[in-house]
Design a protein around this ligand. Sequence first.
Ligand code: 5AD
Ligand code: SF4
Length: 481
Amino acid sequence: MEKIIDEKKQGNSLVMEAKSENSRKLFIESYGCQMNFSDSEIVASILSKEGFNTTQNLEEADLVLVNTCSIREKAEQTVRKRLEKYNAVKRINPGMKVGVLGCMAERLKSKFLEEEKIVDLVVGPDAYKDLPNLINEVEEGRNAVNVILSKEETYGDISPVRLQSNGVSAFVSITRGCDNMCTFCVVPFTRGRERSRDPQSIVEEVNDLAAKGYKEITLLGQNVDSYLWYGGGLKKDFKNASEIQKATATNFAGLLKFVAEAQPKMRIRFSTSNPQDMTLDVIEVMANYRNICNYIHLPVQSGSDRILKKMNRLHTREEYFTLIDNIRKLIPDCGISHDIITGFPTETEEDHQDTLSLMEYVKYDFGFMFAYSERPGTMAERKFEDDVPEEIKKRRLTEIVNLQQEHSRHNTQKFIGKTVEVLIEKESKKSDAHWSGRNSQNTVVVFPKENYQVGDFVNVKINDCTSATLIGEAVGYSKNN
Ligand code: 5AD
Ligand code: SF4
């Protein structure tokens, strides 16, 4: 499962470079995971061929699209508030059309059109190529909906336009959907079956980004480690079909190698890894290629074997520890982050203590922590009662967050006195005299700008830190420039 950007934060309205021949205006916002942000770039690419330029001004839009998240109830509430806002603007500008994309579109389908009458257009995550037809329908005065999920669609043939990009880092999606069926999760229902994208089209996209000056890519998927592409192969050379498949298949380790070798100067990251699918060969490839960043987002969700089983997580606490040990053995300085859910049905104080002790063992660099939110249609909703009271969920979440804060501080302090390579991404939020970027381990680093520029690889000596940020000064360009 993927990292959620911040469901409380306003979704960014995103802009692309304008085409002079385009006259219609698209306002597009994304909420939720990085995959949604990446999908919005595919949508903008499809619509730029339909005469749309993007705008950041809601009031002047001909078409408003919101790419939505269903992962927790709060994420849906945020989108509902935005829909109210769009409808208020629509009362002043009745020609404006409003469409819902992504997971909420898939989950609620035509309910938005029939019962709530608050949108004109509903499009699920696998139907974006149908947008030109659907928009025509809407322009002729009919509501339009396409929420058909596909077993094949990867949008591999669409070259995304980069929205509000810093020109330095980009996402490249490699798989879509999820076959894991964790019992708490709505994603398998909203994003459908897992499928992998042709490695050739992935590398072409990465090469194209490199040619445009990008310095870092993140390979994206709900579960990147289960990436698998069956290539071609001459039948006469093999005894049977499965042998052909085995001999010519590309797994995630193979894809990582392929990408790392195609662009040895580009930083490569990936997200998200599922513990049960992350194999030793992936860790070995990471260790062998200096351009693959030493960072793994490895959600655990709970430290209790009983809860992991109820969540259908398919690994035990011990197996998770073995994986962590292997990562640390092969990549001693690897940054590791987590997702944890607290208050899953039947979670006891003892289960909660197991989560805290697992965190103590791993000492994660950072993490994303959530109170369990029951999602309609999931196995957990159908089978288990949401029986942990809200105040207990809240208290446990606070304990988890506080412990993580302690570990984060412990880990950032270890960098003091060391020199790290940073890719400059943008100006620091807190000071226009400082740059902000990340080290290989994905920790944010800020330092005085001097004459360095966005996109430079710089060696930075760390002098100070908070629990989330390293503070230092540049000591020169890194040899990666
Ligand atoms: N309630 C709370 N958190 C959830 N997540 C997924 N589903 C739920 C839910 N029903 C969390 C998981 C996942 C992250 C992206 O969101 O921790 O890894
Ligand atoms: Fe991630 Fe599990 Fe949800 Fe799949 S089902 S998206 S692995 S949390």
